[in-house]
Design a protein around this ligand. Structure first.
Ligand code: UFG
Length: 321
């Protein structure tokens, strides 16, 4: 069987693609190569296409038929929150129109298994200890909006056709399963801390006066290799007839503050990561930690790698570069 992985040349997508391949599943990579790296997907056939373009459904239809695609894992999307505020039309076009084109091609081809890459950004600023999937979603930026609209579109498609689908709401993804698949974009906390440490420059801590134990923001960091495994579980789940849920949080279920991450990374590096406290960043919830009850009871998945392992793997990958 072949699974098409859109965004396969990206950091998360490549981890998913390689894990599927290890499980003996054929992978068809789909990527516009705007941010992905060819070196991550050398072993897979590639359809290079911008999914938001009008011709995308036709191109995908032909590729699905040629490669006998049975399921799609859809990760291709724009994901920079700040950029989404500046370029909302681009984000809606890439993330929503791109998704609609993939679903159209699937429907026309009779491909009926779908895993959608969603985000904890759909929740916005929930004022709860652990966020469950039933929490009201109130995204606070266009990126989070496109992921929520995407979930709605996926759900509507399951109601109007034979499509079986789940949406996975990723929390803070970090670390690397293998050095060559590492996150090379310096946009999130762990890569930023690593880069600043390498430059010998203090890293910014955005706010230390939040209502959290040490005053810095608390997040739920999940190892990318664990996250990749959640996709495999989701694909297996879609084979079952008694599917009670379609949305799952993917997190560790434990919170770590910015300073916890700084300390874990310092341990992994064997040297202190210097920091400087800066003003709060706009739109940061003080705490965003997943309830992982549903994914653990329904998919039998839970994170197996902790924050220290996340940091060790990131350091190892940085040293291998
Ligand atoms: N932070 C710093 N200094 C930095 C960068 C980040 O203190 O230089 C802090 C942030 O304020 C935040 C935490 O580190 O408290 C994590 O920040 P990231 O930018 O790494 O991640 P976010 O929690 O803002 O967002 C991430 C993804 C989103 C996703 C969200 C879901 O980037 O795409 O998790 O939880 F939607």
């Amino acid at each position: 069987m072949t699974v098409a992985v859109t965004g396969a040349a990206g950091y998360i997508g490549s981890h998913v693609a390689h894990l599927l391949a290890e499980a003996g599943i054929h992978v068809l990579a789909v990527d516009d190569m705007s941010a992905g790296l060819g070196s991550r997907i050398e072993q897979f056939p590639l359809v290079e296409i911008d999914l938001a373009r009008d011709e995308a459904p036709g191109v995908l239809r032909a590729a699905f038929a040629q490669h006998q695609v049975r399921a799609v894992v859809h990760l291709a999307a724009r994901k920079a929150v700040g950029e989404s505020v500046e370029q909302p039309m681009r984000y809606y076009s890439q993330n929503v129109t791109g998704l609609a084109n993939v679903l159209t091609a699937m429907q026309q081809s009779g491909v009926d298994r779908f895993v959608f890459s969603s985000s904890a950004a759909t929740y916005g600023m929930p004022d709860v200890d652990l966020v469950s999937e039933d929490q009201r979603c109130e995204p606070i930026n266009p990126y989070g909006e496109t992921k929520l609209v995407g979930e709605w579109l996926v759900r509507a498609a399951t109601r109007s056709s034979d499509l079986r689908a789940v949406s996975l709401r990723y929390f803070n993804v970090a670390g690397t399963g293998r050095p060559e698949l590492a996150d090379t974009v310096v946009a999130n906390l762990v890569p930023i801390l690593l880069q600043r440490a390498a430059e010998g420059v203090p890293a910014a801590v955005f706010g230390d006066d939040y209502p959290t134990p040490d005053g810095t923001c608390v997040r739920d960091y999940v190892h990318v290799a664990d996250l990749a495994e959640a996709h495999v579980r989701a694909l297996t789940y879609l084979e079952r007839d008694d599917r009670p849920h379609d949305v799952f949080n993917v997190g560790s279920g434990t919170g770590a503050s910015v300073m916890d991450v700084v300390e874990a990374l310092s341990r992994a590096l064997g040297q202190e990561v210097a920091t400087v406290v800066e003003p709060r960043r706009a739109g940061d919830p003080p705490r965003l930690v997943a309830s992982v009850e549903r994914i653990s009871s329904v998919l039998g998945w839970h994170a197996t790698r902790d924050l220290d392992e996340i940091c060790r793997s990131a350091v190892e990958a940085a040293r291998a570069r």
